[in-house]
Design a protein around this ligand. Structure first.
Ligand code: CA
Length: 365
C-alpha cells in the first residue's frame, strides 16, 4: 500500500466540517491514508461511443478519473460489450457493474413508476426536469423507488426536447395513427396503442434496419443530431415535430449502493458532482449539435419537416392523461410520483408562461 501525505489536508477539512470534532482533528497526528485505487465498470444501454449519449458516458468516466487523481477508474462498456442494453439495471443491481447509464423507461418491467423519471408525454422540458429532480422532490422519490434494488439513481444527461419521429407516410388526422406500427418505447408507446397504433420496443441499434425493411412504418429516436447519425432519413421521408412523448428525457445513472458506500467521502462527492457536470455537458452538446443537424437534414438531405396537426396532438394529450390517471389509480407509488410531477408542471407552467415562453414568442415577432 502506498502512503500518501497529500491526503491529510482533506481529512482534516472534513473533520472541521464535523464541527464538534474539529479540535480533535488538529490534535491528531499527521496521518495518512492508504492510497486505494477503485476500479468500476460502467454498463450502458448505448452502442459504444454513441454520439452525445455514449460519449457522454465516456466523458463522465474520464472526469471522475481526472478529479480523483486516478483513485477511481471507470471502464465504460457499450451495448452488448459486457451485457445487452436491457440487462443494465440487473447488472448494476447485482453489483457485476458498479454504475450504469441509460434511461429509466427501460425498467418499467421492474417498477411501472420508473418511466416517470425519464419523461412523460406532454410533461416537463429539460430545464424543468432538472428543477423537479434537484429542487422539486423528484430525486428523493426516485431514490426511494430504487432502494429495494440496491441502486442509487442520478440524472446524467438530458436529450433535450425530442422530435416526433420519422414516418414513411404523412399523419394528417387521428385516423392515420390507426394501424401504425411504430418504434416508440415507454408511455408514448402506450398512448399510441390507445390511439389505435402498434408500439414496438427496439434498442437504438436495430431501428434503421427495421424501418428500411418495412417491419415498422415509423420510429422515433431522439433529435436531429442522433437521428442523422443513424441515417434514419434514408429509410423514411417525413420528419415530425414536436416530440410530444418525450419533451425532455432525463438520462439515467444508476449506481450500486454498496459500491458507492464503499468509497471514501471525497470520492463519493466526486462521483455525485461529476454526474451533475455530465448532466450539463450532454444537454449543452445536444442543443448545439441539434441546431446544425436540423439544418443539414433539411438542406442537404431534403427531409420533409412536418408539424403534427393540432387535433392529433389534442387527441394524444387526451389519451396520455387518461392512461396516466389509470396507472396512478392502480399503483400508489406511481400516483405519489405523478402527483409530484403534475404539481410541479402546474407551477412551472405558470412561471414559464411569463418567462421562457414569452421570450421565445417575442423573438419571433
Ligand atoms: Ca426517444
Amino acid at each position: 500500500m502506498t502512503i500518501q501525505q497529500g491526503q491529510q489536508p482533506l481529512s482534516r477539512r472534513q473533520m472541521i466540517q464535523g464541527g464538534a470534532v474539529a479540535a480533535a482533528a488538529f490534535a491528531a497526528p499527521a496521518i495518512v491514508r492508504a492510497e486505494e485505487v477503485h476500479q468500476w465498470k460502467m454498463v450502458t444501454t448505448w452502442p459504444k461511443n454513441f454520439p452525445a449519449l455514449g460519449t457522454g458516458a465516456n466523458f463522465l468516466a474520464s472526469i471522475i478519473e481526472e478529479m480523483s487523481g486516478g483513485r477511481l477508474k471507470i471502464k465504460v462498456f457499450g451495448d452488448k460489450e459486457l451485457v445487452g442494453a436491457f440487462e443494465v439495471f440487473d447488472t448494476v443491481s447485482r453489483g457485476t457493474a458498479q454504475i450504469g447509464h441509460g434511461a429509466a423507461y427501460y425498467w418499467k418491467g421492474k417498477q411501472q413508476a420508473a418511466q416517470l423519471f425519464s419523461a412523460i408525454p406532454f410533461g416537463l422540458n429539460p430545464q424543468e426536469m432538472n428543477s423537479w429532480l434537484y429542487y422539486g422532490g423528484g430525486l428523493q422519490l426516485w431514490t426511494k423507488l430504487y432502494e429495494p434494488f440496491g441502486l442509487i439513481p442520478v440524472p446524467i444527461g438530458n436529450t433535450g426536447v425530442q422530435m416526433g419521429g420519422w414516418f414513411n407516410r404523412e399523419i394528417k388526422s387521428v385516423e392515420d395513427l390507426k394501424g401504425l406500427k411504430m418504434r416508440i418505447p415507454g408511455l408514448g408507446g402506450e398512448v399510441l396503442k390507445r390511439a389505435g397504433g402498434t408500439p414496438v420496443s427496439l434498442p437504438g441499434g436495430e431501428i434503421y434496419t427495421a424501418l428500411q425493411s418495412g417491419a415498422i412504418d415509423a420510429t422515433e429516436w431522439i433529435g436531429p443530431y442522433n437521428d442523422q447519425a443513424f441515417g434514419i432519413y434514408k429509410a423514411a421521408k417525413f420528419y415530425y415535430y414536436p416530440g410530444w412523448h418525450e419533451p425532455g428525457t432525463t438520462l439515467e445513472g444508476i449506481i450500486n449502493k454498496k459500491a458507492y458506500e464503499a468509497l471514501p467521502k471525497d470520492l463519493q462527492a466526486i462521483v455525485w458532482n461529476a454526474c451533475k457536470a455530465a448532466n450539463l455537458e450532454m444537454l449543452s452538446e445536444l442543443t448545439a449539435k441539434n441546431n446544425d443537424a436540423l439544418e443539414s437534414l433539411i438542406n442537404q438531405h431534403k427531409v420533409q419537416l412536418r408539424r403534427f396537426p393540432d387535433d392529433v396532438l389534442r387527441h394524444l394529450r387526451k389519451m396520455s392523461d387518461e392512461i396516466l390517471a389509470e396507472m396512478a389509480a392502480a399503483d400508489p407509488v406511481f400516483k405519489e410520483i405523478l402527483d409530484s410531477l403534475y404539481k410541479f408542471r402546474k407551477q412551472v407552467s405558470a412561471w414559464h408562461a411569463v418567462s421562457e415562453q414569452m421570450v421565445l414568442e417575442s423573438r419571433g415577432l
